[in-house]
Design a protein around this ligand. Structure first.
Ligand code: ZN
Length: 165
């Protein structure tokens, strides 16, 4: 049975309100995660507690229990020449920057538009791409096992469907 500390394997698909497929596990490679370690969004993790292999469930997760609400303050237009010349800037790219107080923050390029002085403006968004979305998961539990000591220490799963490092 799924409970905190167990390694859980699931096949899943994720759709938005419009029914568009956003993400899914690869065929023949279920996602493996450590239950209770916040490897997956809280709204889904909670619904999986107590389930067992073979269970199939449909879970709708509100943004607050998913990737959070969109924060408009996370969106900024930055002139192209503020980036290193070789920065791979294109819509859909993401990169990590260090904030003035030393935190690492992932930014996503959501638009590139001409600026008033001929320098392109790069729209950078610190929100998760799925922030503000209601998430529709279709999940099948395929496995539950005990973690290895190393997995327990790292707080995530190693091997197929998990981390490789
Ligand atoms: Zn690890």
């Amino acid at each position: 049975m799924i409970e905190d500390g167990k390694v859980v394997s699931v096949n899943y698909t994720l759709k938005n309100d419009a029914g568009e497929l956003l993400d899914s596990s690869a065929p023949d490679e279920p996602l493996a995660y450590l239950h209770g370690a916040h490897n997956i969004v809280p709204g889904l993790e909670r619904k999986l507690t107590g389930r067992k292999p073979g269970d199939k469930l449909e879970v709708v997760v509100d943004p607050g229990d998913g990737y959070g609400m969109r924060d408009p303050r996370g969106v900024q237009d930055v002139p192209r020449n503020a980036f290193p010349p070789d920065a791979p800037l294109e819509v859909g790219a993401s990169f990590v920057v260090e904030t003035p107080n030393g935190e690492l923050m992932q930014l996503h390029v959501t638009a590139i538009k001409p600026g008033p002085d001929g320098v392109d403006l790069i729209t950078c968004d610190a929100n998760h791409p799925l922030a503000g979305e209601r998430l529709h998961f279709s999940v099948e539990v395929v496995g539950v096992r005990e973690p290895t000591d190393e997995e327990r220490t790292h707080g995530h799963v190693h091997g197929p469907g998990g981390h490789h490092h």
